[in-house]
Design a protein around this ligand. Structure first.
Ligand SMILES: Cc1cc2nc3c(=O)[nH]c(=O)nc-3n(C[C@H](O)[C@H](O)[C@H](O)COP(=O)(O)OP(=O)(O)OC[C@H]3O[C@@H](n4cnc5c(N)ncnc54)[C@H](O)[C@@H]3O)c2cc1C
Length: 576
């Protein structure tokens, strides 16, 4: 059953598992555990339902979700690397979590990313080959909503037809697609065509894939918590309920670090806190910000730092909240010969037309996010790393992403708009930041410091990305349409001027990871063991993006789904 408030959950109920956070990972865990009718699961989500939230359903309206009630509306600390700017830092505050508000881009990362997870944790179960069944359990490949011929646009051999979350090519044909494809013929060494960037080898230029089914967002909430699963008798989902802490339970067999009791708040009043104890395990899936936030308030973190704040330390795990890793990104704009400034976001008639088309046929510019299009991935030459270690996971991992998804601000652009905008992304940042507490009140936002562009490599990558995009638009196919770089970057001619542009404009790609990183058993750093149990505890696991030891070389939702699918099996096996 789904309850709107904790006070409605029958007090007679008791649960084997309490899952904290009904986001991307928490939805997978709740679904998979309740496949076993013997397990009773309570899923606690701070945000409201995703049902009927139009901007979370219609892909092209996704930008409306930022700074809405479905976003935690976090802001970073002042960022030294961004010329002292603080930037907004969206996170999903809704059932389905960030999968209900994200850009729906589906990228698994490279095989080297997961092989590196396996190498640093000493658990081969995290390797690319071992994870294949979990990739397939998550993905349900489906035709695009416009039912165009997709031959030559993807490789069916690497996709699954039987998983949970819909994945498809765009149901909207971006008019500059033939030119993008022509680039792969005119500049094949720089931009080789990649038939399927989700094969484990993403390098090259290929068609974007999205977590979209029949022109609508497919989120963890619509897939893993769809009506037939949310209605399971052994699953209770409670919305609008914030977890404040995880408390120590009575010691079992001499084990003093049993964390199986969850404290929730009915409202901000401290007197309104309630507790609920899981019989078997608590699974913490509150995301890269929420997870360390809850742990630190629970006294799990660096003991000295907690004491200094006035929080009683219960478990010394200094890595909690550290290692925050996010990919900085920035737009590079190109002027075209078009002077058509019409856009569905500036012209109400065009928007109404597009919505009408979406309602009728689930096609048109609103059937996809960012206008559909392509991604291109490229690497620095290996000679670049003679004097510094390569931060990527391996030779098939890109350092730079170019999001050629046309222009999110002007979906009519493509072949006919004054500006083509490309987002360049530093995929393997070296900078590491942190999530720390501002106060002892769990309702106060934590201090989020992603340390953007603190390491010079991270800004250098953006600069090289911009040069790569300039090369892409220098291909003969663009002659007579793309005129050249425009906007702030047009005036940057030296490397120093380019870096200044990025420090003034770079933002988040919304792919933060690492604040409860997994490491080998017995390791001197890290928060969870390879089986995702919190080190030196009983009864507590973490399953979400926070456990990634490194950010994968792409967008992070597919890796979170994959991690959560394996985690569900690890938990089930432990309680067979
Ligand atoms: C705006 C945006 C765009 C993105 N675009 C893409 C994209 O196009 N492609 C891609 O692959 N990835 C994208 N991402 C990243 C991707 O969505 C995330 O990496 C992934 O969804 C994270 O999953 P998670 O389970 O770790 O956390 P989440 O999905 O964020 O889930 C955490 C859940 O815990 C809940 N929670 C937190 N604290 C508490 C508490 N105290 N009590 C109760 N509940 C709590 C939250 O409300 C949330 O529902 C984007 C993310 C954002 C925010």
């Amino acid at each position: 059953a789904i309850y709107e408030h904790f006070s409605s959950v029958p007090s007679s109920e008791s649960y084997d598992f309490v899952v904290i956070g009904g986001g991307t990972a928490g939805s997978v865990i709740s679904n998979r555990l309740t496949e076993n009718p013997k397990f009773r699961v309570l899923l606690i989500e701070a945000g409201p339902s995703n049902e009927g939230v139009l901007s979370s359903i219609v892909p092209g309206l996704a930008l409306e979700l930022a700074a809405s009630p479905y976003d935690w509306n976090f802001t970073t600390t002042l960022q030294k690397g961004l010329n002292g700017r603080a930037i907004s830092f969206p996170r999903g505050h809704i059932l389905g979590g960030s999968s209900s508000i994200n850009g729906m881009v589906y990228t698994r990362g490279s095989s080297s990313d997961f092989n590196r997870f396996a190498a640093v944790t000493g658990d081969q179960g995290w390797s690319w080959n071992s994870l294949q069944p979990y990739i397939f359990k998550n993905e349900r490949w489906t035709p695009p909503s416009d039912h165009h011929d997709t031959t030559g646009q993807y490789d069916p051999r690497v996709h699954s037809l039987s998983g949970m979350t819909y994945v498809s090519l765009s149901g909207y044909y971006a008019p500059n697609s033939p030119k993008m494809l022509q680039v792969t013929k005119e500049l094949p060494h720089k931009f080789p065509f990649n038939l399927n960037m989700n094969s484990g080898n993403p390098l090259g230029l290929g068609w974007l894939q999205f977590t979209i089914g029949n022109g609508s967002r497919s989120s963890a909430a619509t897939s893993y918590l769809g009506p037939k699963f949310a209605g399971r008798r052994n699953l209770d989902i409670v919305l609008n309920t914030r977890v404040t802490r995880i408390l120590k339970s009575k010691s079992v067999g001499g084990d003093r670090n049993v964390f199986r009791t969850v404290e929730i708040a009915l409202d901000e009043n401290v007197a309104s806190r309630r507790t609920i104890e899981a019989r078997k395990e608590v699974v913490l899936s509150a995301g890269t910000i929420g997870t360390p936030h809850i742990l630190l308030h629970s006294g799990v973190g660096d003991s000295a730092e907690l004491k200094a704040l006035g929080i009683i330390p219960h478990l010394h795990l200094p890595s909690v909240g550290k290692n925050l890793t996010d990919q900085p990104s920035a737009p590079i704009n190109f002027a075209t010969t078009s002077n058509n400034t019409d856009s569905i976001f500036t012209n109400a008639t065009l928007l109404a037309e597009a919505l009408n088309q979406w309602n009728q046929t689930k096609t048109g510019p609103l059937a996809v996010f960012g206008g559909g299009g392509f991604l291109a991935w490229t690497r620095f030459n290996s000679s670049f790393f003679k004097t510094m270690p390569d931060p990527s996971a391996g030779p098939n991992s890109p350092h730079i992403e170019m999001f050629l998804g046309t222009n999110t601000n002007n979906l009519r652009q493509a072949a006919d708009a004054p500006v083509v905008s490309v987002t360049v992304v530093t995929l393997n940042p070296i900078s590491r930041g942190s999530v720390t507490l501002k106060t002892t009140n769990p309702f106060d936002d934590p201090l989020i410091d992603p340390a953007y562009l603190v390491d010079d490599f991270d800004v250098l990558t953006l600069r090289e990305g911009a040069k790569a995009v300039a090369r892409l638009f220098s291909a003969p196919t663009w002659k007579g349409y793309v005129l050249g770089i425009t906007g702030g970057f047009a005036n940057a001619t030296t490397d120093a001027e380019m870096d200044a542009y990025f420090r003034n404009i770079a933002s988040t790609t919304s792919h933060p990871v690492g604040t409860a990183l997994m490491s080998a058993k017995g390791s001197s750093y890290g928060v969870v063991d390879p089986d995702l149990r919190v080190k030196n505890t009983t009864g507590l696991r973490i399953v979400d993006a926070s456990i990634m030891p490194f950010v994968t070389c792409g967008h992070t939702q597919a890796p979170v789904y994959i991690i959560a699918e394996r985690a569900a099996d690890l938990i089930k096996e432990a309680w067979m």
